[in-house]
Design a protein around this ligand. Structure first.
Ligand SMILES: *[C@@H]1O[C@H](CO)[C@@H](O)[C@H](O)[C@H]1NC(C)=O
Ligand SMILES: *[C@@H]1O[C@H](CO)[C@@H](O)[C@H](O)[C@H]1NC(C)=O
Ligand SMILES: *[C@@H]1O[C@H](CO)[C@@H](O)[C@H](O)[C@H]1NC(C)=O
Length: 349
């Protein structure tokens, strides 16, 4: 793996501002300036060489040990767990982690994820490029009060190479570009108070919520200003069976073109095996201010809402929807699937 400039900082306190869906401040408790003045463990001072043939592993482990406790695990190149007040970034905004995923993929295999945070609170990850992960690029697992921003993800053109997956509480993800062919920025269960803004999904799978299974527990999620092109969908909510709830969600200011789907709530998603349960309860979900086109409205309608038959959706609102089609049906907005479902409080404004 190749690193340009990469620093781990240890240190102390600067709360930011709470906005929109967030329940409180996000990010490390200590200001960058304070940490820089206190202690820097720069991998370049622990034997790292900025070259595609040198191994960053030992210098990174040494820098990490010198700055803060942490750990590494099989399945992930950089695994940060059980810590607080954590910040990871490239101080020049030029830092990139090269995962050499193609080496694994041409052998028909997946390898480790590039980056995973588990049980981390009060953190930020920013100004980094994650390139060609052998598997998922970045997972945010059971964390809280986090900010992720100014990130570029360049993955391979196949499934299983998710951009950012988050299942956590009070997380702000913004100013992110993802090029891959699977999830762009996706929320999984359980999650609460997630704000995702200013995302560019370029030749991606697209953003999603799911896959949702038994005991789904997701609420207070906002996606705002998401631009998507040449992707599988602009936003998909996916389940097949399952239980629990997804509620209080807003997707606003989406723009896109050349995507297969735009809005796709699919409670019988065929790419997922059916799991136990009558279905996930979908309630109070708003899609507002959507603009753009899908590739073929006759094959795949820009708006597809397919609720579980036994668990009616409630409070699904689609407003200011200006989605159209590049080919196929001339009036695609009419093609809302209501197969095997009952809608409580469904509106199409
Ligand atoms: C995390 O940040 C919040 C908000 O600034 C603060 O109340 C809390 O004490 C911090 N937690 C830790 C473990 O530092
Ligand atoms: C979008 O993805 C395409 C195909 O991978 C790539 O050629 C192009 O550089 C990307 N555009 C941006 C702005 O990242
Ligand atoms: C519906 O969700 C929105 C967030 O999208 C929230 O502000 C609102 O309070 C929720 N409404 C109800 C009745 O819970």
């Amino acid at each position: 793996m190749r690193f340009t400039t990469f620093s781990i900082l240890a240190g102390l306190l600067l709360p930011g501002l709470a906005i929109a869906q967030l329940s409180g401040t996000v990010g490390p408790s200590t200001s960058t300036a304070h940490k820089t003045a206190t202690k820097i463990c720069n991998v370049l001072n622990y034997g790292a060489i900025a070259s595609k043939t040198s191994d960053l592993g030992p210098p990174l482990a040494s820098a990490w040990a010198a700055c803060k406790s942490g750990g590494q695990a099989a399945g992930t190149m950089i695994f940060i767990e059980h810590t607080t007040d954590f910040e990871m970034y490239s101080s020049t905004s030029k830092g990139a982690v090269q995962g050499y995923g193609y080496v694994f993929h041409k052998a028909g295999a997946y390898g480790p994820r590039i980056l995973r945070l588990y049980d981390v609170t009060n953190f930020s990850v920013h100004d980094l490029a994650l390139v060609d992960s052998p598997a998922f690029h970045f997972s945010i697992d059971t964390c809280s009060n986090g900010e992720v921003y100014n990130m570029i993800i360049r993955g391979g053109n196949e499934g299983g190479l998710d951009g950012i997956d988050v299942w956590s509480t009070n997380i702000h993800i913004h100013d992110v570009e993802v090029t891959n062919k699977d999830e762009c920025v996706t929320v999984k269960s359980p999650s609460k108070n997630i704000l995702i803004e200013n995302v560019f999904c370029n030749w991606s799978g697209g953003c999603a919520i799911g896959s949702l299974a038994a005991g789904t527990d997701i609420s207070d999620i906002e996606y705002n200003h998401v631009y998507t092109q040449n992707s599988n969908q602009m936003l998909m909510i996916k389940s097949n069976g399952g239980s629990g709830t997804l509620k209080n969600v807003i997707f606003q200011n989406f723009m896109g073109h050349s995507n297969a789907h735009a809005i796709d709530l699919d409670s019988a998603w065929s790419s997922m095996s059916t799991v136990a349960g009558n279905g996930v309860g979908y309630s109070n979900i708003t899609f507002d201010s959507w603009h753009g086109t899908v590739t073929n409205g006759a094959n795949k309608p820009p708006v597809q809402v397919f609720c579980p038959a036994a668990v009616p959706c409630t409070g699904i609102t689609i407003s200011n929807n200006f989605m159209w089609t590049e080919a196929g049906s001339k009036n695609p907005i009419k093609t809302i699937y209501r197969k095997a479902s009952r809608f409580g409080g469904f509106e199409n404004v």
